[in-house]
Design a protein around this ligand. Structure first.
Ligand code: UFG
Length: 324
């Protein structure tokens, strides 16, 4: 299959590109390189461009017949979305609308979309399945939920087939060590823990130790980035047999506190990891853990990395020797 990967130079997108190449498909990457890295794309062709540029999109679809699109482009920082909501709606909703219009004009009718656990807001259940109410508490989550609604409308009006995958906490790196997570600034827990192990960064802070959890720190469901990539490929196959706009939650179904992640990283790295306790970070729910039963049943998805130590091990390989 010839697949357009929007945002294929980013963290999750670049792992997707590698997975498509290894599975015999032909990915083409569209990325504006605002947060992505040219080096992350590897052997796939890279078109440097932006979803806000309608003319460039039309040209891209006119020049190549794509079988499907996988869409990772987004601004994705919760705190920044609260401070700059227009930028988030403009890019995440407006940019996606441009992409959908261009797909429709070119007759491309299959899309896999990166959604997020942030569509749920403050969870009302210990295990979040797809029936759980969606009530985002920040513009980032609201922008992703808006696109999910647009996709449902697009199916009804135009017959677009789509799968929205709601990631919980993407983590780890390809075991080759060739590609990995490289954000500027880095806000995510595991990269910050590993930087602290290496004596890099501004010093690890644990945000909040008074939550109603086992040790008072927040619980998250960490899922390996290559397992996420595998789910996207299965979603492409799923759309062959299924019309409609579908949503799936993707996580391991097991939660770890921030302190448990630090302890797991200590075992992997063999070094004591310095940290200090800090006040809660605004907008952090106490516990976010996925039920991925629907993805397991419908897509046949079975994450290969269920052990937090194994996930951190792959991230450690990358952070010790990042290529970009
Ligand atoms: N944390 C720290 N110190 C850090 C970084 C994070 O203590 O330096 C804590 C956070 O407070 C949180 C946990 O570690 O409790 C995980 O934080 P991350 O930033 O790694 O991930 P989030 O759970 O905040 O974010 C994820 C996705 C977002 C999505 C969000 C939904 O990365 O895209 O879930 O709540 F929006």
């Amino acid at each position: 299959m010839k697949v357009l990967v929007c945002g294929g130079a980013g963290y999750i997108g670049s792992h997707m590109v590698r997975h498509l190449l290894a599975s015999g498909h032909q990915p083409v990457v569209l990325d504006n390189l605002s947060t992505g890295h040219r080096e992350a794309v590897g052997d796939a062709p890279l078109v440097q461009g932006d979803l806000m540029d309608r003319a460039a999109l039309a040209g891209l679809f006119a020049g190549t017949r794509f079988d499907a699109v996988i869409h990772f482009c987004a601004r994705s920082l919760v705190g920044e979305s609260v401070e700059q909501p227009y930028a988030y709606y403009d890019n995440n909703v407006g940019g996606t609308l441009n992409l959908l219009q261009a797909m429709r004009e070119a007759g491309v009718a299959r899309l896999v979309f990166s959604s997020t656990a942030a569509v749920f807001g403050q969870p009302q259940a210990p295990l979040i399945d797809e029936q759980h109410a969606t009530a985002p508490i920040n513009p980032y989550g609201a922008s992703k939920l808006m696109v999910e609604r647009i996709l449902a409308d697009a199916h009804r009006a135009y017959g677009l087939r789509s799968v929205a995958l709601r990631y919980f906490n993407a983590a780890g790196a390809d075991p080759s060590g060739d590609i990995g997570e490289s954000h500027q600034p880095e806000t995510h827990l595991i990269p910050n823990v590993l930087r602290s192990a290496l004596g890099q960064g501004a010093g690890l802070k644990v945000f909040g130790d008074d939550y109603a959890t086992a040790d008072g720190t927040c619980v998250r469901d960490y899922v390996h980035v290559n397992d996420l990539a595998a789910a996207h490929l299965q979603a492409l196959g799923f759309m062959d047999a299924h019309e409609g706009a579908h949503v799936f939650n993707l996580g391991n179904g097991q939660g770890f506190t921030v302190l448990q992640v630090i302890e797991a990283a200590r075992r992997v790295t063999g070094v004591e990891i310095p940290f200090e306790r800090a006040p809660r970070r605004a907008g952090d729910p106490a516990v976010l853990v996925a039920s991925s039963a629907r993805a397991r049943e419908a897509l046949g998805w079975a994450p290969r990395y269920s052990d937090i130590g194994a996930i951190i091990e792959t991230a450690w390989r990358w952070h010790r020797a990042p290529r970009y």
